[in-house]
Ligand binder design. Structure first.
Ligand code: AMP
Ligand code: MG
Length: 414
């Protein structure tokens, strides 16, 4: 861990942009060391430790892409050509070379007989008197798959730092790998903070509300290469918060908290980070999501996310997700964004980025972004009933119907 210095972002009036926060995370948080070998069935969601080179070509040999008839394209005449059938080759079996001016019955995945270069699909073929009738117009190489057309022998099939999802695991298997070298899972401890919070399943006292953030955050972490631990609810108490963070820092690679990170007298997370370690930044120029803090306690990064549930999700996506990916040694994965047409009017202050919850509806040429009726960083239904955040940049002060806006479909990140 690089030595962290207190800087203006931590204490000054300046609010950080998401990019500045991401840059600080990239600069200050190194990937965890180590490599583990896991079987393919345990590799889903893990991060590939080293580049995977193809030990075989894919496909390994020249083969038929369809059921039909293999022949040499140069044997075809200008019109329909009758080629006597000289044999049959099925998938998993080899055959001899193709005799001159003849064809071979062939099935998908079977090796092309040496000398053959093209395949007529059986739906387009007729057989008569022991010959196949090949209509004109077929291109050389039709319906045949050259060796290595997917992956060349010895080439890098998957780069180091690739996250292993179903397609990557399938590719590794196709290249003959039974196991893969992966990065260690990131141990993430999740706290909620607040005297008002009750755990779901317990009775709700007066002035209490159920803790949702802990479960949202644990569920968000479920899609990432982590071992997440539920560390419960911290009271609004400075000493208890400082102590709990210091203890957890000893067993986790990353700590996430929510709530208690604003400027109120009952907000103790930022001070606890300062007492137990050092603060890297505090406060983002983002709405919802302004009161977010990052620091380091005993070498363990700590992210203090805001308490309001929507702000916690916004800051998770922009801070916690890249931090986890960084610790996991994964290549950065920018959040998905695409253009949409605003179907709403909106006014905002310059100088901060806003995430407006929207529903996406089909539209031409762009999908339409319809704004959720109500605003408020605490409205959980604004997430359950929407698909995306419309991302309104710092310099924008107004949005009118018909404007093009970038949308971030958050369901894709969950
Ligand atoms: P705070 O930043 O601690 O002042 O919290 C801001 C708002 O978010 C308050 O209304 C809190 O009650 C609410 N809040 C904080 N933490 C949670 C949580 N874990 N689950 C649900 N709401 C929360
Ligand atoms: Mg609180």
């Amino acid at each position: 861990m690089a030595q962290l210095s207190d800087d203006c972002f931590a204490f000054g009036g300046a609010l950080l942009s998401v990019e500045q926060a991401e840059a600080l995370i990239a600069e200050r948080v190194p990937p965890l060391a180590g490599v583990a070998t896991v079987p393919l069935h345990a590799a889903r969601g893990r991060v590939l430790a080293e580049a995977l080179r193809a030990g075989v070509a894919l496909p390994p040999f020249f083969n038929a892409a369809v059921d039909g008839y293999a022949f040499r394209h140069a044997d075809l005449g200008a019109g329909e050509t009758a080629l006597p059938l000289a044999g049959r080759v099925a998938a998993g079996h080899g055959g001899g070379p193709l005799p001159a001016r003849s064809a071979v019955r062939i099935f998908t995945g079977a090796p092309m007989p040496p000398g053959a270069d093209s395949v007529l699909m059986q739906e387009d073929a007729r057989e008569a008197d022991g010959a196949v009738l090949v209509p004109p117009g077929l291109k050389p190489g039709a319906n045949a798959r050259p060796a290595g057309e997917d992956v060349a022998l010895g080439s890098v099939a998957l780069a180091a730092g690739t996250r292993l999802h179903a397609p990557q695991i399938g590719l590794a298997a196709a290249l003959g790998n039974a196991t893969l070298g992966v990065r260690p899972l990131v141990r993430v401890g999740v706290f909620s903070t607040g005297d008002e919070l009750a755990s779901p399943g317990t009775a709700l006292g007066p002035a209490q509300t159920y803790d949702s953030n802990r479960f949202t955050l644990l569920a968000l972490l479920g899609g990432l290469p982590v071992v997440a631990t539920d560390l419960g609810i911290l009271p609004d108490d400075a000493a208890a918060t400082t102590h709990a963070l210091a203890v957890a820092a000893g067993t986790q690679d990353l700590l996430l908290t929510s709530g208690g990170v604003s400027t109120g007298e009952e907000d103790h997370v930022r001070a606890a980070i300062q007492h137990g370690g050092s603060l890297v930044f505090w406060r983002l120029a983002v709405k919802p999501g302004r009161p977010a803090a990052m620091g380091v306690i005993a070498g363990t990064p700590v992210l203090g996310l805001p308490g309001n549930p929507v702000a916690a999700v916004v800051t998770f996506l922009h801070l916690a997700r890249p931090m986890v990916l960084r610790l996991a040694g994964a290549r950065p994965e920018p959040l998905p964004r695409f253009p949409a047409e605003a179907a709403f009017s909106y006014r905002k202050k310059a100088g901060r980025r806003e995430y407006v919850r929207v529903r996406l509806a089909p539209g031409t040429p762009l999908p339409r972004a319809e704004k959720f009726e109500r605003e408020g960083a605490g409205l959980l239904t604004s997430l359950t009933e929407c698909d995306a955040f419309a991302e309104l940049p710092e310099e924008v002060t107004a949005v009118a119907p018909g404007d093009s806006v970038a949308v971030l479909p958050f369901a894709a990140c969950f």
